[in-house]
Design a protein around this ligand. Structure first.
Ligand code: HPA
Ligand code: ZN
Length: 326
């Protein structure tokens, strides 16, 4: 069977990866030592054993704890470099990378250290791996609108180093409309807009992300399948969904990969993409997501080609560059 080989070798874009979610246990421990931070775990095995999640929140608690080892610009650079090398090995040629500045500024790490460290790794990846990497600043939705606006102010001196903004963290109870004014401001600033919606939350959150936040893509969005009118809207406007199958599996959004609705979303004509979300925590990078999902759901070469094409169409690279990929 040559399908896994096709999946691994095809060029692809990754549009939904949280850089803090690429911190492997080995790097967490190395940075803990370098920065003399106590993470509460003394071995790779102990850390990995803590990675048995029951839902989004149980993951987020550990994900935020792991990020505490990041103190200096070079820590952010080392983390992003490790991800970009790993992504290049999976034939990812374009990556739009989420980062969560509030997780760091709340601990006294400056916005400048966070962004310049990550940006340096992106520049180096272009030169050394031929990977085109850009950054998307995510706001934590469990925090207030006011804190989000403060974070935006802190980031604006580095406006040229990120292309857009997103919304992540605990979804249920923090609907998109909480950030309508923030997104309106970011829209005026010419930033691209995306938001997590319909991962654990209801289709109503996908509707408000589209209609009130006016996002260009929905991150996850798998709960949209519960609402036929929403499915129609997503298909009609070709709103991309950045789906993360192994994440959905580990956070128990679906009981197993065979039950994942990616085939149904694709079949309904939606612009679906495959992504890794937090690969160090969910047990797989891009090609693991592709190979395992195809094996479990019975998708074939036609869908492989469609997903790769969708990943470039859904990306924020210029139309001129897109024509070259197509
Ligand atoms: N959902 C919400 N917030 C996140 C995620 C996710 O899958 N990963 C990292 N932060
Ligand atoms: Zn995510």
């Amino acid at each position: 069977d040559r399908l896994p080989e096709l999946l691994r070798r095809m060029p692809k874009a990754e549009l939904h990866v949280h850089i803090e979610g690429t911190l492997e246990p080995e790097l967490i421990l190395a940075l803990a030592r370098r920065n003399q931070v106590d993470v509460g775990y003394d071995s790779v095995e102990a850390l990995r054993q803590a990675y048995n999640f029951t839902d989004l929140q149980s993951f987020l608690d550990i994900y935020y704890a792991g990020a505490c080892v990041l103190r200096e610009a070079r820590d952010f650079e080392d983390m992003a470099r490790a991800y970009l090398e790993r992504a290049a090995a999976d034939n990812v040629v374009h990556a739009e990378i989420f980062f969560d500045p509030q997780t760091h500024t709340a601990r006294g790490v400056s916005m400048e250290k966070v962004i310049t460290g990550l940006h340096r790794a992106c520049e180096r990846a272009r030169d050394e791996q031929g990977v085109n990497a850009t950054l998307i600043l995510c706001f934590l939705r469990h925090l207030s609108e006011e804190e989000a606006f403060e974070t935006l102010e802190q980031a604006l001196p580095f406006r040229d180093k990120f292309i857009g903004i997103g919304l992540d963290s605990s979804e249920v109870g923090h609907p998109p409309e909480k950030f309508a004014r923030l997104f309106a401001r970011c829209r005026e600033l010419g930033l691209h807009l995306v938001a997590h919606a319909g991962e654990e939350g209801p289709p109503a959150y996908v509707w408000t992300a589209l209609n009130l936040l006016r996002v260009e893509r929905i991150d996850h969005g798998v709960q949209s399948a519960k609402d036929p009118m929403l499915m129609q809207r997503l298909a009609q406007d070709q709103i991309p969904l950045t789906v993360c199958p192994l994440s959905n599996l580990k956070l128990k959004v679906f009981p197993d990969l065979a039950a994942h609705n990616i085939g149904r979303l694709l079949g309904a004509g939606l612009c679906v993409t495959v992504n890794s979300d937090d690969p160090a925590y969910f047990g797989g990078y891009m090609n693991d997501n592709f190979v395992q999902t195809f094996a479990a759901t019975g998708l074939g070469a036609r869908q492989a080609y469609q997903l790769a094409l969708n990943s470039f169409n859904a990306s924020f690279v210029s139309e001129r560059v897109k024509r070259n990929y197509g």
